[in-house]
Design a protein around this ligand. Structure first.
Ligand SMILES: NC(=O)c1ccc[n+]([C@@H]2O[C@H](COP(=O)([O-])OP(=O)(O)OC[C@H]3O[C@@H](n4cnc5c(N)ncnc54)[C@H](OP(=O)(O)O)[C@@H]3O)[C@@H](O)[C@H]2O)c1
Length: 275
């Protein structure tokens, strides 16, 4: 290739990215987007049969599975994470990016939270994210344009919501991690950021709001006027994983249609005086 030849390699060509919780929702959408961009992708989940169904769904995007590795691993188990990192090391020898996405929601008023609910949510959403990042460090390789970690946080860390006391606090904890680890990992050439999705229609969302009629008041809260899709978040995660965001670390990006930062307009625009 001479200097005048455009580089047509897809953006993630030859990059290796680990996605925890990639069998549905935002993890799955991100896996598909990165595979389309040429990446080698490692996807985890807790259930082998579900992982196989995911591999079948992604077969075309992953060149018949050649660029996809699925590994059964519970993000809350450090033994599983050790095994995961060992498998990824054997297959690829390095990681260019990690999307610490696996998360669970147990939504109930504070008075009803049981100790096992607390341990489950904190175990996956906080402990799981911390050790996913820590145990990936030996493989994260900054020599090819910098390595990048993205954590899936939540709008609930920014704005109080009843019925989410433990969930929201677990997300606030990982948001804080992006700052402390942003400082800790910068010297290794590793960037770390989080995304805070708003109302995103995934399995988790459907389990909390099963009746579509109950979603209308939520949609009405969103200034951009629609609920989000997993692909909305995947696009932002891909940006943060790519060298296009090479000067961004320690940040949180809301992917929420404005839910946290602005209110829907209540004024009739035709009667609003020109500014
Ligand atoms: N949907 C929303 O409105 C919303 C808003 C803000 C933030 N979030 C966050 O977004 C992330 C993704 O959620 P989603 O909405 O895309 O939900 P989802 O469709 O239910 O996907 C959750 C994924 O996490 C995996 N998972 C759950 N527990 C796991 C564990 N212990 N170890 C490994 N994998 C595990 C699930 O896989 P298996 O079941 O196969 O194990 C699944 O692939 C979560 O961290 C969630 O808190 C969601």
């Amino acid at each position: 290739m001479n200097d005048n030849t455009p580089d047509t390699a897809p953006e993630f060509h030859d990059r290796v990215v680990l996605i925890t919780g990639g069998t549905s929702g935002m993890g799955l959408a991100t896996a598909r987007l990165l595979l389309d961009g040429g990446a080698h992708v490692v996807v985890t989940g807790r259930d082998e049969a579900r992982l196989q169904r995911t591999a079948a769904q992604l077969a075309q995007a992953s060149d018949g599975g050649a660029r996809l590795l699925t590994v059964r691993a519970d993000a809350a188990s450090t033994a599983d994470l050790d095994r995961l990192v060992s498998v990824v090391g054997d297959r690829h020898g390095r990681l260019d990016g990690v999307f610490a996405n696996a998360g669970v929601g147990v939504f109930q008023p504070a008075a009803e939270v049981r100790e096992e609910d607390f341990d489950h949510v904190v175990g996956v959403n906080f402990k799981g994210v911390f050790f996913t990042v820590q145990k990936s460090l030996p493989l994260l390789d900054a020599s090819r344009g910098g390595a990048s970690v993205v954590i899936n946080a939540s709008w609930t860390l920014h704005r109080g919501m009843a019925h989410a006391p433990v969930y929201a606090a677990s997300k606030a904890a990982v948001h804080n991690l992006t700052r402390t680890l942003g400082s800790d990992l910068a010297g290794r050439g590793i960037r770390i950021n989080s995304v805070s999705p708003g109302y995103i229609v995934t399995e988790m969302f459907r389990s909390v709001v099963p009746d579509p009629a109950d979603r209308e008041p939520l949609r009405a809260e969103v200034p951009l006027g629609r609920l989000g899709g997993a692909e909305d978040v995947a696009e932002t995660v891909a940006f943060l994983l790519s060298p296009r965001s090479s000067y961004i670390t320690g940040q949180d990006i809301g992917v929420d249609g404005g839910l946290v930062t602005v209110i829907p307009s209540v004024l009739n625009t035709s009667s609003t005086p020109a500014a």
